[in-house]
Design a protein around this ligand. Sequence first.
Ligand SMILES: C[S@@+](CC[C@H](N)C(=O)[O-])C[C@H]1O[C@@H](n2cnc3c(N)ncnc32)[C@H](O)[C@@H]1O
Length: 267
Amino acid sequence: MQCYRTYRVLAPTAAAAAAFVLSKNTRSLRTQSEEVGALDSWKKRWDTGMTRWHQPDVYWALEKYGDDFIHKESRVLVPLCGKTVDLAYLTTKAKEVIGVEGVLQGVQEFMQENPNLQMEAVESKNGFDCFRGEKIWLLCGNFFHFGPVVAGKFDVVWDRAAMVAIKPSDREEYVQVLGSVLKPGGVLLLSGYIRPNSETTLGPPFTLNRDQVLHLFEHQPWIASVECIESVSDAFFNEAWYKRLILRWRFGGVVSEDIWVIRSKVQ
Ligand SMILES: C[S@@+](CC[C@H](N)C(=O)[O-])C[C@H]1O[C@@H](n2cnc3c(N)ncnc32)[C@H](O)[C@@H]1O
């Protein structure tokens, strides 16, 4: 495992602020059928049990770095959460955990697999079906419709297999949503996969390399700093050897991974 640090403190420009406003306004131009189509492909994956991204254990980077940012008063957001066991783990660390998932089956499977969280359906809010349990909310709906009116603002966002799951052309919009819900001084802890041979068009997961991360975040007026805290040359190092072999075959080589800490301005 190789470690390096890329650290940038970023200053906003007037053009950046204008781009921010523009992209917020263009969000409404997305057609309903595009949105439905996007979630349909995920529904099919859930229907057919093609949820190979799901891991039985808490994600290594959350276990390793989570405590540096999450404390007992934190509100933590997990976008595109699937049924990750990270949600349950986070309830033991934070004040409140909110997961957003577009496919109801994912939410239902999470509730079935975590009966101790005593989750139940409650009144839906702003188009999101809501499920509440012990220190946890799951909101079922399209993350591109999420915002502070739905569930307030967050100290920490944990993004594993979320930004890499959406189409690269939707990333700017995804970052706008994150920017709208992160508190001043908040932290985005982000895992980015990098496919072999600089491949950027295949996915999900789509490559999220260093240049792309810096390009996405450096012009945002709310950003204070972007830091890569760890780089792993084999993202699937903790899988059994035969699974690693299959994964390398599927991806055409070794997938690497960067772990990022992205901070919003204190004010
Ligand atoms: C690759 S999975 C990752 C799940 C989870 N982060 C994990 O680590 O197990 C991506 C998840 O995002 C959901 N998803 C995809 N697009 C979405 C959207 N626009 N809004 C909400 N959820 C979405 C999918 O249904 C899927 O469960």
